[in-house]
Write a protein that binds this ligand. Structure first.
Ligand code: MG
Ligand code: ZN
Length: 217
């Protein structure tokens, strides 16, 4: 019985996500669902990349968190529109939350929307939000076995960012092992090593976004 209820919730969510995707498509906006553990550096990567992205794109960010507006405030300081969703305990975003947050964003001035999910490597994977694709920020300090431990999330990634590469010499992180773990679950995923702290790899990330955000005619 419980299983049926859950699958109905997911079905309703996916229908609404489809509506969001259609609406964004009409406006020429591409959305990316940013996922990862708490503290992986999702907000930091966005903060540091937005000044490069806004050279060529109109950007807005929806921030999902259990509590506080800290991350939306950090994003707002970069000068782009940001909207905070507080999930009040829910450990993932759903399409209805995103749809509500979108009402606070001027969609006519953007063509790129980042949706930063609640920090969690499990259930965000089950909820479509109207995104074109999914980006996982995985910090190397979390260990190189995260893909194999969280297959449902990593198997849906279009791009995986290995963040905090500036710390690699202080850890036992095996880059090749991590890469193999991702590729086993999702052969077509791209993987980029970055550091939101020293900025390395972020130009490559920005180029990836630009390349993959072209709206097909
Ligand atoms: Mg954050
Ligand atoms: Zn959840």
């Amino acid at each position: 019985m419980k299983v049926n209820v859950m699958s109905d919730i997911l079905k309703a969510n996916d229908l609404l996500a489809k509506d969001i995707e259609t609406l964004l498509g009409k406006k020429g906006i591409v959305a990316w669902n940013i996922m990862g553990s708490p503290g992986a550096g999702k907000t930091a990567v966005l903060e540091r990349s937005i000044p490069m992205l806004t050279e060529t794109h109109g950007v807005a960010v929806i921030e999902g968190d259990l509590a506080t507006a800290n991350d939306a405030e950090r994003i707002a300081r970069t000068g782009v529109q940001s909207s905070q969703i507080n999930t009040n305990g829910a450990c993932h975003l759903d399409a209805a939350m995103v749809r509500t947050a979108m009402e606070t964003i001027d969609l006519d001035t953007i063509n790129l929307l980042f949706i930063e999910n609640v920090g969690n490597l499990v259930c965000p994977a089950g909820f479509l939000l109207g995104e074109k694709g999914r980006i996982i920020v995985s910090s190397i300090t979390e260990g190189d076995d995260k893909p194999e431990k969280y297959p449902s999330m990593f198997s849906t990634a279009d791009l995986v960012l290995m963040n905090k590469m500036d710390l690699v010499s202080s850890t036992d992180f095996r880059e090749e092992y991590f890469r193999k773990g991702v590729k086993k679950l999702r052969p077509e995923a791209d993987i980029i090593a970055v550091s939101a702290r020293d900025g390395s790899g972020l130009r490559e990330f920005v180029d990836w976004i630009t390349e993959h955000s072209r709206v097909s005619p």
